[in-house]
Design a protein around this ligand. Structure first.
Ligand SMILES: *[C@@H]1O[C@H](CO)[C@@H](O)[C@H](O)[C@H]1NC(C)=O
Ligand SMILES: *[C@@H]1O[C@H](CO)[C@@H](O)[C@H](O)[C@H]1NC(C)=O
Ligand SMILES: *[C@@H]1O[C@H](CO)[C@@H](O)[C@H](O)[C@H]1NC(C)=O
Ligand SMILES: *[C@@H]1O[C@H](CO)[C@@H](O)[C@H](O)[C@H]1NC(C)=O
Ligand SMILES: *[C@@H]1O[C@H](CO)[C@@H](O)[C@H](O)[C@H]1NC(C)=O
Ligand SMILES: *[C@@H]1O[C@H](CO)[C@@H](O)[C@H](O)[C@H]1NC(C)=O
Length: 285
């Protein structure tokens, strides 16, 4: 009995830690409303539940629709692969619960957490890359003393991760490069799987260009892709062979005809306002 109780306490503690690891970073809603209790409402509620179940059972991504026009919602759910799978259901359940509370009659909405995204609308939005950086933050305020070397490392890492993610089965890639000596930089890039490989690559290049470079860690999100970097390893792939290792020395020129990948980094002044570490408690609507 005591053993069962303590096991329960451990489980509760684990759940609390996992929930603590998920924060809402952004949300939006369409101005159009539906009638509460009407067919759109019923279809939407059923679809949101299914989206979570499907995403949890099928590797972290799902899309779905329900009912018929004009009461047909379309939806998407994704859990980013750099978070533990156990976070997936917690994050998406939270998204469904909060979207229903925060946007009780909205025909379309999106809830973005640091580990998952839930999005729905009254028309299909799949396959179209969202090239707008909806949210970005940094999480390590240690200033770069070797800023140029550091920015170059981030640039060459992201230049490789964007096409690597686009070419991979599950549309994500994790990699590392050396900054100086034994210091490494780790990066992650992921797209929703309904994009084309080209749409995925372009989406990632666009948002990688807006990553904050004066910090030692950060993330950027659009509605269809996500990227992250840290100075410490933050993900362990099942197969370590899939880690993209980017050599610190300049790479040979790409052969003629090969796509040239170039990511420009800019210093977004707006982000400087995020003074406090993880200033993410605010809700951005
Ligand atoms: C999500 O953000 C919180 C802080 O805002 C952080 O503690 C947590 O580690 C993040 N989750 C993951 C999986 O990195
Ligand atoms: C979706 O909602 C918009 C209002 O924002 C409306 O104009 C449009 O007809 C709706 N589309 C469908 C397929 O119901
Ligand atoms: C809404 O999100 C907050 C954290 O942002 C969480 O604590 C809460 O449990 C969520 N509510 C629901 C109904 O999921
Ligand atoms: C923050 O950056 C410093 C300096 O590079 C590093 O030593 C430290 O481990 C980093 N912390 C995290 C949580 O990434
Ligand atoms: C990074 O540096 C370490 C030793 O400092 C070396 O073993 C490793 O091969 C380097 N990695 C790359 C990708 O060059
Ligand atoms: C929706 O998800 C299904 C199942 O994963 C997938 O086969 C399908 O291609 C997705 N739809 C689009 C438009 O990508």
């Amino acid at each position: 009995m005591a053993a069962v109780k303590s096991l329960l306490l451990v489980l509760l503690a684990v759940v609390a830690i996992l929930i603590g690891q998920t924060v809402k970073v952004w949300s939006s809603r369409s101005p159009a409303n539906f009638t509460p209790g009407g067919p759109y409402d019923t279809n939407l509620r059923g679809m949101l539940k299914d989206l979570v179940t499907l995403a949890v059972s099928y590797g972290g991504y799902s899309n779905d629709t329900a009912g018929d026009v004009p009461d047909q919602p379309y939806g998407l759910a994704i859990c980013y692969a750099d978070a533990p799978p156990a976070v997936c259901r917690l994050c998406l359940d939270m998204a469904v619960g909060n979207v229903t509370l925060a946007c009780p009659r909205s025909a379309g909405a999106a809830m973005m957490y640091n580990n998952s995204l839930l999005r729905y609308a009254n028309a299909s939005f799949l396959s179209r890359p969202d090239m707008v950086q909806r949210f970005s933050f940094y999480n390590n305020l240690t200033r770069a003393v070797d800023a140029a070397i550091y920015a170059a490392a981030l640039g060459r890492l992201m230049d490789r991760l964007a096409p690597a993610a686009a070419a991979s089965l599950r549309f994500f890639a994790y990699g590392r490069t050396n900054i100086t000596g034994d210091k490494s930089l780790y990066g992650f890039a992921q797209c929703v799987t309904d994009l084309s490989p080209d749409g995925c690559r372009r989406c990632l290049q666009r948002i990688a260009a807006s990553l904050p470079i004066w910090t030692r860690g950060g993330r950027a999100y659009s509605l269809t892709c996500y990227t992250r970097f840290e100075v410490v390893p933050f993900y362990t792939p099942a197969n370590t062979q899939t880690i993209v290792a980017v050599a610190p020395t300049p790479q040979p020129e790409p052969s003629p005809g090969a796509p040239t990948v170039e990511t420009k980094f800019r210093d977004d002044a707006k982000l400087r306002k995020f003074r406090s570490r993880m200033a993410l408690t605010g809700i951005y609507s």
